[in-house]
Each structure stands twice: as C-alpha cells, then as structure tokens.
Design a protein around this ligand. Structure first.
Ligand SMILES: Nc1ncnc2c1ncn2[C@@H]1O[C@H](COP(=O)(O)OP(=O)(O)OP(=O)(O)O)[C@@H](O)[C@H]1O
Ligand SMILES: [Mg+2]
Length: 358
C-alpha cells in the first residue's frame, strides 16, 4: 500500500490552475522530491497533502486511509494527519529555548511528560543539538536553527515528513552538509519524505524518485538518473542540469547549425522521427561535447575556471554554447578556432519551451 496516494488532484486560485490533475503514489519509506521552477505548484501540492488547503478536485489517501476528497466533501484537519513538517522559512519560536521549541508540539499532543522528554532528547541528539538545548535560537547559526525545525519534525515521529525548501536560507556549504543529514535521518527512522525544492542537484542527491512540474502539470516522474538521461521533453531536459540548445537545419542528409554552414556539419545521426516541416534544436549537456581534430567549427569566446572544471563559451556562427571539460584536459584558449564532437545529442522542436531557471 502506498504511503501517499493522490488521485486526480487539482487546486485552482482564481484564474490560476496551481495544480492540474496530479496523480501520484509515493511508496513507504521513499524519499520523493517535487522539482520545478518558481510558481509551478510545489508548495500548493504539499499544503494539500498537509491539509492546509482543500482539494478543488480529486482524492488523497495516506496509508490507504482517506484524508481529503472533493467528491465526498471530506477533509481531515492537519493536526489529525500527524505529518512532520518543515517549511520554506525558518519557523522557530524565538522566545523559547531549543529544547522547548522541539517539545512544544508534543505538549500540544498532550503526551505524557516522560514521553515528551524522551522524544525531545532523541530528536535533539539525532540533529546534533543536545549541547544547544538550553540556548535561544537567535544565538545559533542558520544551520543550527534549521536543525531545530528538523528536530521538531523528527520528535513527532511521523510516518511522513513534508519538507518545503528546508535548506533555502543556508549557504551552499551548509546546504550540502544538511542534505546528507536529512538523508541519514530518513534512513535511520525510515520515514517517507516529500521534499520540495527548485534546486535540481539537491533533488538528485536526496531522492529515490522525483517529479518535475511545470505550471501545475506533471512533466515526468522517475528516478533522478532516468530523468537526467531520458528527459520526457525539452522543458525537463533544460530544467535538470546544464543544457545547450542549437538550432539546426538538415541539408543533403547532413546536419548544419542554422546560419553557420561554413562551420561544417555536426556529427551524429538524424533521428528516424525527423520531420522536415519542423524546425529543430539539437540539445546536449556541456560535459558531453568534446574538442576534437574534426567536427563543427567554433570560436572560443570565454574561458572560466570553476575549480577542477573549465567552462567555455563557444560560438558557432551566431549561436553560443557552453562546454565544460576537466581542467587537466583543457586545451582551447580565447579567440582560438576549435572543432567539436557531440556525444548523446537529443532533438527537440525549436518552438517547444525551455525552463527559465530560478
Ligand atoms: N493562496 C494563494 N492565492 C492565490 N494564488 C496562489 C496562492 N498560493 C499559490 N498561488 C499561486 O499558485 C501557483 C503555485 O504556487 P506555489 O506556491 O505552489 O509555487 P511553488 O512551486 O511552491 O513556487 P516557489 O518555488 O516559488 O516556492 C502560483 O502561480 C501562485 O501565485
Ligand atoms: Mg514554494
């Protein structure tokens, strides 16, 4: 039985369809991410699961038990759903110590004193906050404050943990560290996690499976590698990882970059489903392009060192693309002409939208 089952779930705000007929099953103990650009409906979906929003259409089951139904006009209030939750902004109470911040929801649940003590101490230990228990949140770093919110959710001992951009206020280094801590907590306690983020590397690192959304509509549900390697469409390709799109035209069975015929043909096969009435972009990851003795001609416009990786901006005719190569293999200098070989090219309709990354 799935931990969560969303059937044909929609939410409408005025003229905005924030979530459009979402069907999703999340398995027990799974770490599942919602991914997509700002405003695509991630938080709205999470709020419907948590019970803060009613469904305009559809049904939601948790462990086979009905939690919300638009058809039956049924709605279980949030406090009866027993989910652990951490939301976008830090939600710590500044006038309470770290200990009381974690224990407070357990008091609300009217648990026995001894149980409150045990659960609070366990959650503080699990999030490395035991030493800070008697301190007030303002005295703590951003990462420690974020851990209070996590500890509070862990103390409830939920079967399902709902996390909405729980690391969005942290610097990149702490974010990375906390991401592993969340994963470790999940493995240790075995809860099901719904993790909302618009950071694709975070989603890829944490998730067993993820869902990519655009304007309330699911684009793809799969494991991170499948989504990266076999994106369902141009939007998903452009949202996950870095991407290059190059407008092309086919002449005499060869592929040329548009308006750059003197740069020579592009290597690679024309796909069997090629339709001459459509304008195409070829798409590639910057790491999947090699400098080579032959191949399409390009000029190096910019070269940037990103630690171990060298990032090139290259121009083919009037099209700019990014290429990334390990530093020890970097060859080209600014102004130089080079030739490129493309590995793993995908073909997309030029008029199809890409994701504007947030
Ligand atoms: N209470 C509300 N009233 C009216 N419109 C809303 C409300 N909540 C959300 N929306 C709209 O619904 C859409 C989805 O919003 P949502 O907050 O779910 O996006 P999100 O994917 O979480 O974005 P972000 O990454 O910026 O947090 C947006 O167009 C938003 O403006
Ligand atoms: Mg949001």
């Amino acid at each position: 039985m799935p931990a969560l089952d969303l059937i044909n779930v929609s939410k409408i705000f005025g003229s905005v369809k924030a979530v459009d007929r979402l069907n999703l099953q999340v398995e027990q103990g799974e770490c599942f991410s919602f991914l997509g650009p700002s405003g695509c409906g991630k938080t709205t979906t999470l709020r419907m699961i948590a019970g803060f929003e009613n469904l305009d259409e559809g049904e939601l089951y948790c462990d086979g038990k009905l939690f919300s139904s638009s058809y039956k006009r049924f709605y279980l209030p949030p406090e009866k759903r027993d989910f652990g939750m951490v939301f976008q902004a830090f939600a710590v109470w500044p006038h309470m110590t770290v200990y009381d911040n974690v224990a407070f929801p357990l008091h609300l649940k009217r648990l026995q004193k001894q149980e409150i003590k045990e659960r609070t101490e366990m959650a503080l230990k699990a999030t490395s906050l035991t030493k800070e228990a008697e301190m007030f949140p303002q005295k703590l770093s951003g990462g420690q404050q974020q851990r209070i919110a996590l500890a509070r959710a862990v103390a409830i001992n939920p079967k399902v943990m709902l996390l909405d951009e729980p690391l969005s206020n942290l610097d990149p280094h702490l974010r990375e560290e906390m991401r592993f801590e969340i994963k470790e907590l999940q493995t240790r306690f075995g809860f099901t996690v719904i993790y909302v983020t618009h950071d694709q590397s975070e989603a890829m690192a944490l998730s067993d499976r993820m869902l990519v959304m655009k304007e309330g509509v699911v684009q793809q549900i799969d494991n991170p590698l499948k989504i990266y390697d076999n994106p369902a469409n141009k939007f998903v390709f452009s949202f996950i990882g870095l991407s290059d799109f190059i407008p092309v035209e086919v002449k005499d069975g060869k592929v040329f970059v548009k308006d750059a015929e003197d740069c020579g043909p592009v290597n690679g096969q024309i796909p069997p489903e090629y339709d001459p009435s459509i304008s195409y972009d070829i798409a590639c990851r910057p790491g999947e392009i090699d400098f080579s003795p032959t191949g399409v001609k390009a000029t190096v416009v910019r070269r940037t060192y990103l630690g171990d990786i060298v990032d090139y901006l290259l121009r083919i005719g009037s099209v700019d693309i990014r290429v990334q190569k390990p530093r020890r293999r970097s060859l080209a200098t600014v102004g130089e002409t080079c030739h490129l070989k493309f590995n793993r090219l995908l073909w997309y309709d030029h008029s199809e939208e890409t994701a504007s990354k947030t």
